[in-house]
Design a protein around this ligand. Structure first.
Ligand code: MN
Length: 203
């Protein structure tokens, strides 16, 4: 298989009480797994695509043949987005940014509280399924949303951090209360990993 489901880097219960075990099991083992298997099915028809990284596929969707472009956009996006998502979370996180990203957030948004408020409000308003992102754009941090599994990479933007607001990410625990999930999520953000992505995005 060209693409593989990465193992969850911690236990299913590790992000409790903010993200529950049942959600983590379904989200990783069923949802993410399905994106990987559908992506593999799509690239099977064009084996040269399987030699590229999923990020490279998403950065240049025009280079993907017409008959599988939609499948690569949706399932390649789903694979890349979720792989990042597991990595930028961790148990026992501090809840507060550290290092260079902390400084940049202060510079571009005034304070971490102001940044969180804007991110949460913007992402809460994403209609239907999608993602909220922190990206590096024109020499500063910016908050954007994408529908479905669209990746910022396809718009030439490097994701630094992203939160999944598909209902499958929060509905079992938070039901329809997306803003409550968004507020709780900051408790599990792995700022060391976010700092690594910030460094890459600036290059
Ligand atoms: Mn998801």
């Amino acid at each position: 298989m060209a693409f593989e489901l990465p193992p969850l880097p911690y236990d299913y219960t590790a992000l409790e009480p903010h993200i529950d075990e049942a959600t983590m099991k379904l989200h990783h083992d069923k949802h993410h797994a399905a994106y990987v298997s559908n992506l593999n099915a799509a690239v099977e028809k064009h084996p040269e695509l399987g030699k590229k990284s999923v990020e490279d596929l998403l950065k240049d969707l025009n280079a993907v043949p017409d008959d599988v472009r939609g499948a690569v956009r949706n399932n390649g996006g789903g694979h890349a987005n979720h792989t990042m998502f597991w990595e930028i979370m961790k148990p026992g996180a501090s809840g507060e940014p550290t290092g260079a990203i902390a400084e940049q957030i202060k510079k571009d948004f005034g304070s971490f509280e102001d940044f969180k408020k804007t991110f949460n409000e913007t992402t809460a308003k994403q209609f239907g399924s999608g993602w909220g992102w922190l990206v590096w754009k024109d020499g500063k941090l910016a908050i954007v949303t994408t529908p479905n599994q669209d990746s910022p990479l396809s718009q030439g933007l490097q994701p630094i951090l992203g939160n999944d607001v598909w209902e499958h990410a929060y509905y079992l625990k938070y039901n329809n209360r997306r803003p409550e999930y968004l507020a709780a999520w900051w408790n599990v953000v792995n700022w060391n990993e976010v700092n690594k992505r910030f460094e890459q995005a600036k290059k």
